[in-house]
Design a protein around this ligand. Structure first.
Ligand code: ADP
Length: 304
């Protein structure tokens, strides 16, 4: 079973001819809301990939929070332990997009920022041996570090998707407690200071991550595939050849699918291949939670 910790947001999106100037109102009849946040995306991706998933986060007292819980429940995620802070709202992204695809975004983390180390402590029964902890970084750092320590004490397998990457890195005492860390190219760059842009530079960054104390670093390279290192074993996964239309949340789908495959008892290499295929398929459909592939499609791509 997977315990997923991270942000849940509602994206409010208006598409219009052009973005408004300060003080101006631009009309449009194109408005949609989408559930998002890396925590939410990854929990839903893991559930769709066939894992049992429990979400642990904090939402607000607003209608968006209600709606986010409802939608997550419908995807099969256990939402019974999501905390609520009646004083705040869900994370909200207000996104304007013009007809050329140019956007302007304002964002408030809302209740996501209020998930505290004490909340982790009070819900320590969620941190159980045999479970996988899947963590993203859009919540308070001290909360993340507390969760990693507790998970380690309880013998959980911790996967960290360091998005957004912490500018000041991870404390030396925390890095070795993480079982698997999965940055993308830009996150790997922030964590290591190495300009990661191809396999060769990624390989050097993997070595750096290992020497920083991280156990199992995996770097996703977008359309170039995935590389990782497990002890002395260098892993290199070629990308699947798909018709890519929108890469939004490819990394989230990869992480959710990887955690799901591991929780089902698949071996590491097999799990990475599964996640590589799921990530590739997610780019063939636009959106975040709308683009998570069904296990049948992943199996089909793997057999091709
Ligand atoms: P992020 O969304 O965090 O930037 P990446 O862009 O590295 O993450 O994508 C995550 C994974 O999704 C990749 O490692 C790969 O497995 C898959 N993927 C992403 N883009 C493509 C693509 N154009 N073709 C095939 N696979 C892709």
């Amino acid at each position: 079973e997977i315990l997923c910790m991270g942000s849940m947001n509602m994206d409010l999106v208006m598409v219009m001819d052009r973005l408004p100037e300060p003080g101006e109102t631009v009309l449009t009849d194109n408005f949609s809301t989408y559930p998002g946040g890396k925590g939410g995306n990854q929990a839903v991706a893991a559930a769709i990939s066939g894992a049992r998933v429990q979400m642990f986060t904090k939402l607000g007292g607003d209608g968006f929070s209600e709606e986010l819980i409802q939608m997550m429940k419908e995807k099969g995620v256990d939402t019974s332990r999501i905390l609520r802070d009646p004083e705040s709202t869900a994370g909200i992204a207000m996104i304007r997009v013009d007809k050329n695809g140019q956007n302007s975004i304002s964002f408030t983390p809302g209740s996501n920022a209020r998930l505290s180390p004490e909340d982790v402590e009070k819900n320590s029964d969620l941190f159980k041996r045999g479970r996988i902890l899947l963590l993203t970084m859009e919540i308070a750092q001290e909360t993340i570090f507390r969760a990693i320590k507790l998970a380690h004490e309880n013998g959980m397998f911790t996967i960290v998707d360091p998005a957004p990457a912490p500018r000041n890195g991870f404390p030396d005492s925390i890095a070795p407690l993480i079982n698997l860390i999965k940055p993308n190219e830009s996150e790997a760059r922030i964590l290591t200071g190495i300009d990661v842009h191809d396999r060769e530079s990624a390989r050097i960054a993997l070595q750096r991550l290992s020497s920083m104390g991280f156990n199992l670093p995996i770097i996703t390279l977008g359309e170039k595939g995935v590389v990782g290192v497990d002890g002395n074993d260098f892993m290199d996964l070629k990308p699947f050849d798909v018709h890519c239309v929108d890469t939004t949340a490819a990394g989230d789908v990869f992480s959710g699918a990887l955690a799901a495959a591991l929780s089902k008892g698949m071996h590491l290499k097999e799990s990475l291949e599964w996640a590589n295929a799921a990530g590739a398929l997610s780019t063939t459909i636009s959106g975040a939670q709308t683009s998570i592939p069904a296990p049948k499609s992943v199996e089909k791509l793997l057999r091709r």
